[in-house]
Design a protein around this ligand. Structure first.
Ligand SMILES: Cc1cc2nc3c(=O)[nH]c(=O)nc-3n(C[C@H](O)[C@H](O)[C@H](O)COP(=O)(O)OP(=O)(O)OC[C@H]3O[C@@H](n4cnc5c(N)ncnc54)[C@H](O)[C@@H]3O)c2cc1C
Ligand SMILES: *[C@@H]1O[C@H](CO)[C@@H](O)[C@H](O)[C@H]1NC(C)=O
Ligand SMILES: *[C@@H]1O[C@H](CO)[C@@H](O)[C@H](O)[C@H]1NC(C)=O
Ligand SMILES: *[C@@H]1O[C@H](CO)[C@@H](O)[C@H](O)[C@H]1NC(C)=O
Ligand SMILES: *[C@@H]1O[C@H](CO)[C@@H](O)[C@H](O)[C@H]1NC(C)=O
Ligand SMILES: *[C@@H]1O[C@H](CO)[C@@H](O)[C@H](O)[C@H]1NC(C)=O
Length: 385
């Protein structure tokens, strides 16, 4: 049987994960084209800026929760068996803990901790993230060691808190790792910027004309001709990457005192990757420049919320900064689009896999598996024609 030529547009976590899964099937010949490749840092390219962690914010019973659910076992497997991928469990390093260095909790063995502040317990944000903040979320039996932290361990401003075993993905290692795994399986990579999805049909070469195009363009989907999807909008995320270490803890709070579009989260990356401190979630904001006032608020909040990060000083001014960053999360109203479409002009099939918002890593395998299923369906269909 002649192989199906698959042309994937986009080399973020969505495109790379989809390419990796497709490349394991000998029926498929896969080419990835993108404007941005692993190693690039550009606001338009969301993937390098993510923390990234597995903290589901999807609502129970939605497609998004199914994708998150399907992703966990694969991330867990990488953390157990492939340390070279840069995915690691939080809580593995031991750290001298001292009561004077209390974070929001003194819990000694927590890995990934989620704190709901008293003042957020009834807020709109808390309602929106109800599943993540819940004492009994849908994912409690998916991730290991889910538990509610004892009330007596919490500081006074915290209403309740949960913890579970989770991973942090060092995106500076993981994206090149995904690319390498693809190359090992024969996937070709090329730099290209498309004005219109139609250009992707003949882009590789005449004899390898694409039979299927896979659209993993993230926020690019908002402007790409032929698909201009107006429901895709940016949610600006600003972060600071520092050398100071968390001792293997990952924390996230239900809110901040600095407005609804700011966040407070902290996670340590594997293999000397430093600590990512966030952040913001500024919907509709395309500004790719670092806002230094926001950067200062981010560091101040982290220093207060997690004293151990600053050696107990709670002083933000001494952080050892690797870099500031701004990424635009590709948010799609109604959730990510994993869907089949047939181009009317020349009958080429398009499988869409874009619009993952703030969850592109934690849903990556679930979405890629769903995209592969659609490619498989087209392949069976084409064989019958
Ligand atoms: C600060 C921040 C923190 C985050 N934290 C997390 C987290 O903890 N956990 C988590 O799961 N997610 C997190 N995310 C979200 C995650 O980063 C995104 O959901 C994910 O990176 C989206 O991946 P993608 O491959 O769809 O898009 P992108 O990474 O943006 O890649 C898009 C690709 O398409 C290419 N492209 C677009 N248009 C064209 C065109 N016309 N022609 C050619 N190529 C094109 C681009 O060049 C690029 O290669 C975070 C995001 C940010 C910004
Ligand atoms: C999630 O939804 C399912 C039904 O779709 C239900 O059975 C289950 O109890 C829900 N879980 C939680 C934690 O709400
Ligand atoms: C692709 O190439 C074929 C054969 O050369 C041609 O018929 C077709 O119009 C081209 N399609 C596009 C979208 O350029
Ligand atoms: C991808 O989908 C988006 C949104 O529908 C669209 O704007 C873009 O043209 C599509 N790109 C490709 C390569 O299909
Ligand atoms: C932290 O929790 C907030 C909700 O309180 C959520 O918006 C955000 O995505 C979470 N951040 C991370 C990095 O998981
Ligand atoms: C961060 O680490 C550096 C050493 O790398 C140290 O000098 C500095 O005081 C630390 N900053 C804080 C805020 O703890």
């Amino acid at each position: 049987m002649t192989p199906t030529n698959i042309h994937i547009i986009g080399a973020g976590v969505a495109g790379l994960t989809t390419a990796l899964l497709l490349s394991r099937d000998s029926r498929y010949r896969v080419v990835v084209s993108a404007k941005h490749m692993p190693g690039d840092y550009d606001t338009e390219y969301a993937s390098p800026w993510a923390g990234a962690n597995y903290m589901p914010v999807s609502r129970n019973g939605t497609d998004a929760s199914k994708w998150d659910e399907a992703t966990w076992p694969l991330l867990e497997e990488l953390a157990h068996n492939h340390p070279e991928a840069g995915v690691h469990f939080q809580g593995q390093q031991s750290m001298k803990r001292d009561q004077s260095l209390r974070a929001a909790s003194t819990n000694k063995s927590s890995e990934c901790e989620i704190y709901t502040r008293r003042k957020d317990a009834q807020s709109a944000t808390a309602a929106w993230f109800a599943d993540l903040l819940s004492l009994s979320p849908w994912f409690k039996d998916i991730v290991p060691n889910f538990r509610v932290l004892p009330k007596e361990d919490l500081t006074r401003d915290i209403e309740y808190a949960t913890a579970f075993t989770s991973v942090c993905i060092n995106t500076a290692i993981y994206l090149p790792w995904l690319l390498s795994q693809c190359v090992k399986n024969g996937v070709k990579f090329r730099r290209a910027t498309f004005q219109h999805i139609r250009e992707a049909v003949n882009a590789t070469d005449a004899e390898h004309r694409a039979n299927v195009i896979v659209n993993c363009t993230g926020l690019g989907a908002a402007v790409l001709g032929g698909v201009a999807d107006e429901t895709v909008v940016p949610a600006r995320g600003q972060i600071v990457l520092v050398r100071n270490e968390t001792g293997g803890r990952m924390l996230n709070f239900s809110g901040t005192d600095d407005g609804d579009d700011e966040a407070c989260y902290i996670m340590g990356r594997a293999l000397g990757g430093g600590t990512v401190i966030g952040g913001s979630y500024q919907k509709g904001n395309w500004n790719g420049q670092v806002d230094m006032d926001l950067a200062n608020r981010i560091l101040e909040r982290a220093a207060r919320a997690f004293p151990a990060l600053t050696g107990g000083t709670r002083e933000a001014k001494n952080f050892d900064i690797i870099r500031h960053g701004v990424g635009l999360r590709p948010v799609r109203e109604g959730g990510a689009r994993v869907e089949l479409e047939r181009l009317s002009d020349d009958g080429v099939w398009v499988v869409h896999n874009y619009g993952h918002g703030g969850a592109g890593y934690q849903s990556s395998y679930g979405c890629a598996l769903a995209a592969v299923k659609l490619v498989d369906e087209i392949t069976v269909l084409r064989a019958r024609l």
